[in-house]
Design a protein around this ligand. Structure first.
Ligand code: GUN
Ligand code: FE
Length: 424
């Protein structure tokens, strides 16, 4: 079946981080959900087809959120001035416990999926809770909203409240069953999810490492988000050389591994991440809210580390990835200003936008999806039409319109959402 559609507009993307590519008044020819080409005119063989014109606005690749906690959606903004560990204990864990109740999950997860859609995050990599059935309900909610996602059942077999703590055996078996029940070629697929080293025993993490290898599944976790947590890890795992090494020892570090935060890594750890081709996920909103620290993003970019960007809701306070893009720029700018002796550089807006689209898209591509994240021939046609609705006299260039949207726009300015050629 050859379903062809034509879209006209000012297309902006970042196939490489260094700069925005702007193609004004272009025609996108989309066939079977993929971009065939971007043309200046409608080619003769398609002249009978209608052209969907996005008008004066801009068309950009839809956003991808590489790190987000669905059960924390409703607590965004709550208790965020506590540090990480107190926030987990006082707010997050008690709230996550409530997802033992499937009716509760059924009532809340569709709202999370709707908000991802509204904010233009059409692909995401999502944490559920330790609860198998509720996390399957989360996967169904994302599927039903038409979104593409990886979803993980969280594992914790220590240092968690009693009602969230599983036995190692139950945690592993639950994950295995979760991955089996969600496996397949659907839009929503499983990801192995040890929460973070402090809440998992080595025995459990090793089993999860083997599970990911046996079923060829990706892995997500948290790494070196705060100094207190990192010190705790060195006490809990005295035999490991570093925090990163704990995951490596357990077979959890590979090209399909996403490690969120990674603020406090030494050179040896960065080299290990690069050797394993794992991806570090920057979550600037959460890092500033919880007072954790600032990832040296510019330095990682310059070293060629695989990088992505996440909202990390609910430690992050918005699902809008366009805000995370700006926060990444702001955080790196603060690092440069505040620690001049360390020679940090601010990242550019195009670099941050690249992470939220093309950079994050590489994770999906590596997992066997049709490539996504930019408007290149053969890529999945994932797009948002943005219109700021400014008076014509303001006369902003397409690139200036995009800049204004990223900093000061909101979901009202997202007029159309298209995923794999399908309007949602
Ligand atoms: N580390 C372990 N769990 C969490 C979580 O839910 N959020 C954040 N930001 N860090 C964590
Ligand atoms: Fe997180």
């Amino acid at each position: 079946m050859n379903l062809t559609a034509l879209y006209k507009g000012h297309f902006i993307d970042t196939p490489t981080p260094g700069q925005f590519r702007v193609r004004k008044d272009a025609i996108a020819i989309v066939e079977d959900g993929k971009l065939l080409s971007l043309e200046r005119e409608v080619p003769a063989q398609f002249s009978s087809l209608p052209v969907k014109d996005s008008g004066a606005g801009v068309v950009i690749p839809s956003f991808i959120d590489l790190h987000v906690h669905a059960p924390q959606h409703m607590q965004m903004g709550v208790g965020l001035t506590l540090g990480l560990l107190d926030w987990l204990e006082n707010h997050t864990f008690p709230r996550e416990s409530r997802f033992a109740d499937e009716a509760y999950a059924r009532s809340l997860y569709p709202l999370f999926a709707a908000e991802l859609l509204r904010q233009g995050s059409l692909r995401s990599v999502v944490y559920g809770t330790v609860h198998l059935e509720s996390t399957l309900i989360l996967a169904q909610a994302l599927e039903k909203a038409g979104l593409i996602a990886f979803v993980g059942k969280v594992n914790m077999d220590r240092n968690a409240p009693d009602d969230l703590k599983e036995t190692s055996e139950a945690s592993f078996k639950g994950s295995e069953e979760f991955c089996r029940r969600l496996a397949g070629q659907g839009r929503v697929r499983p990801i192995v999810t040890p929460r973070f080293a402090p809440s998992c025993t080595k025995k459990l993490m090793k089993e999860l490492g083997r599970l990911s290898q046996r079923l060829n599944l990706p892995v997500q976790s948290h790494l070196a988000e705060t100094l207190t947590e990192a010190q705790w890890v060195s006490q809990l795992f005295p035999e490991s050389r570093s925090y990163t090494d704990v995951y490596n020892d357990c077979g959890l570090l590979g090209p399909a591994s996403l490690m969120a935060h990674a603020i406090f890594l030494n050179d040896e750890e960065i080299n290990l991440i690069m050797e394993r081709e794992s991806t570090l996920v920057h979550c600037p909103s959460a890092n500033i809210n919880l007072g954790s620290g600032i990832m040296p993003l510019g330095r990682y970019l310059d070293r060629g580390v695989n990088l992505g960007l996440g909202s990390d809701v609910g430690a992050g306070h918005t699902l809008a990835m366009y805000r995370s893009v700006v926060q990444a720029v702001q955080a790196s700018t603060l690092l440069r200003i505040l620690r001049p002796e360390e020679n940090h550089r601010a990242v550019t807006l195009s670099e941050a936008f690249y992470l939220a689209t093309m950079g994050n898209g590489k994770f999906f591509t590596r997992q066997g999806w049709v490539p996504c994240g930019a408007f290149e021939p053969g890529m999945s046609f994932d797009a948002l039409a943005i219109d700021m609705g400014l008076p014509e006299a303001v006369d902003l260039s397409p690139l200036n319109q995009l800049e204004r949207f990223l900093y000061a726009g909101d979901d009202r300015h997202i007029k159309t959402r298209i995923l794999a050629g399908r309007q949602l």
